[in-house]
Structures are given as C-alpha cells and as structure tokens.
Design a protein around this ligand. Sequence first.
Ligand SMILES: [Zn+2]
Length: 224
Amino acid sequence: MMTKSNALRTAAVATMLGLLVIFALALSTARSKARQSGIARTLESKEPVTYFIADGGRSTGFRPGDSELALWAFQAWQRSAGGGLRFQPASESDALIRLYWAEPGGGEYGETQPLLVRGRRGAAVFIRPDVESLGPDIARRAAADDLLRHTIVYLTCLHELGHALGLAHTRDFRDIMYYFGYGGDVTAYFGRYRAQIHTRNDIAMVSGLSDADVARIRALYTPE
Ligand SMILES: [Zn+2]
C-alpha cells in the first residue's frame, strides 16, 4: 500500500501543484494539437498500463476511502475493455497514468493533462474530492447522502480516466464521456448512478459506463 516515501512525495507534489498545473497546461497546449487521444496507440496490446493513485492526505474534502473509489474506476474500465486493457500498479515516477487529488477550483470536477513518461504517452489525472465546491444544489444533496457524494467522486474518476485512456467527450447524456458543457441536468446525471447502488461496495460492481463507452474503449484496446 502507501509507503512513507510515497506519502512524503505526495506531500511534495501537493505543495507544487500550482506549478505542476501551469506546466501541464503548457504541455497540454503544445500537445493537444498534435493528437487528442491518450496513451492507447503507444502501447503494445499485451503490455499493461501502469498506474499510480496518490494519497489525498490533507486535500480539501478528501476521505481515506477515496483512493478505493479511484481504484474501482480503473477496474471498471479494465473489466469493460474485454481483455485488451490491463492495469498494473507502479511507483509514481514509473506510472503512465497518475491520479492526484486536487484542491477545488473553478467549479470543475476534475481534469486530465498529457504526461510524457520516458518517451511514452501518459496522463496526469486531477480529481477534486471537495463536492461542497460544486454548487449549492449538489453540495446540499451530497451533504445529506454519502452515497451521492461517493457517486460524484467515483464518476469523476471514471470520466477523467476515460480521457487518460484516449477517449474524447460525447454529446450523449448516457455516456460517462458526456460533457456537461453541452447542457443537461447534472443532478439527474449523478442521481441516475446513485439510484443503482445501495451500499458503498456496490460501486465496485456497477461500472457506470454506457454501451457506447464500452464500445469505444474496446475499439481502442482490442487485443490482437
Ligand atoms: Zn472531460
């Protein structure tokens, strides 16, 4: 699990987050024109995708169980990809996909930035676990319902990992890759998943992916 050195490293990352985001944004601007997709095309079909989930430590709104929600999001993509996608835990510096917990900002749920890992295409995923900052309506409902709060964190991880894996936004409200910028009822979006779970552990089994999400991830990671 989390080692002491990892914890120290994570603390260092947290203090440098502002710098990192600026760097990542610059990197993003430079790279996004070159290619929008993520890491899929640089991978051999049988090669595992290494990942790292940071300790949220003192990040605003972070709860110790949130790392498990993130892990379940990785597993949901793997389960749905039909054998063509295999994740493998790695140290932060080795990981192609690195998931960090970020402070609230701009009302955004999360963001994903391209990352170059020893010449290979990776991604840094930032999740904001402080659902209190996402607007009064969501905040009020989430404060009264832990499972709704966990739903928001889990689905945010799932969406951002979709980007990390190379998937783009869609206009279909059913998809996890749906973009709220196209409109639609955000509360209903999260409520739809919330209605499918009765305990926190149910999240490990209810993927939250639509048929179209599954078709897209399979198309990207079809085994030879
Ligand atoms: Zn997105």
